[in-house]
Write a protein that binds this ligand. Sequence first.
Ligand code: ATP
Length: 267
Amino acid sequence: SRREGFATVPDTTWRDVGALAGVRDELQMAIVEPIKNPQRYRAVGISAPTGVLLWGPPGCGKTLLAKAVAAESKANFISVKGPELLNKYVGESERALRQVFMRARSSVPCVIFFDELDALVPKRSSELHEASARVVNTLLTELDGLSTREGIYLIAATNRPEMIDDAMLRPGRLETLLYVQLPEPQERVEILRAQILQRGGIMNEDLANVAARDECTNFSGADLESLLRKAGQNALRRGANKVEEIDVLTAATNIKPSVGNIKHYEK
Ligand code: ATP
C-alpha cells in the first residue's frame, strides 16, 4: 500500500531516524503531541494545527521524519510530490490538490506530506503562468480552512525555501520552519547506527563508527544508506558472509557525497 496520494499509516518510528534530535523534538511538540493529547493543547488555547516546512539538502531525512511523525501519532499519512500534482490541463492541478485535502478529511487524524513544495507553489511573479498562480491560491484556501478543522496536519519539504511563495509561510500556514542539516561526523555515526539497527541484528552496530572517518566527509543519510548496500556487496565479493569494517571502508572510498554544493544549503 504505497500508492501516492492515498492514506496509509507508515511503520517508520523515531528509532529509524538517526541524529536530528532538535528537529524531532520540534515535530513531537508541533504535531505528535497535539494529535495524541488534543485536550492538553486546547487547555492552553492552542486549537489550530501548525504547518511545518522542513528544508535543507537532499537525502537528509525530511521524508523519513514526516513518515515517523505520522506513525508516532498513529495518524494516516498522505504523501504527495509537488511536480506530480501539476497537470497541463486547465483546472486539473487545483482539482487534484482539493482531492488530497478531501481524502485527508475522510481519514483524520491525518498528516499530509508535500514533497518538493517549491514546484507546487513557486513565488508568484508577473512572468509566472496564470495556472501556477491558481494552484498557489487553491493551496492557500485549503490551508486557511484547516484552522477550523482539527486533525489535519501539514508537513512540506523543499531543498529551496527561497523559491516558495511568501504567502505560504505566514502565521497559520507553514509557520514552523525546521532546518534538516547535513550531519556532522558524530551524527553520521548515529544515522548509520540507526540504519544498521533497522536491519534487525544482521550487522554489528560498531560498524557505524566508520561513518565518523574522513572517507565519509559530507555524506548524507542517503549516502550512508548506499554505503551499507555497497559494503554488503563488497563482503559478497570477498566471498564472506558477513560485513566487516574493511567492506564499509572500501565502500566509503568509492562513494562521492551526493550533496554537491554544500554552501548553497548553509543556514
Ligand atoms: P529529498 O530532499 O531528496 O526528498 P529527504 O531529505 O526527504 O531527501 P529522505 O528521503 O528522508 O531524504 O532520506 C533518503 C534516504 O536516506 C532514506 O532511505 C532514509 O532512510 C535515509 N536517511 C536520511 N536521513 C536519515 C537519518 N537522519 N536517519 C536515518 N536514515 C536517514
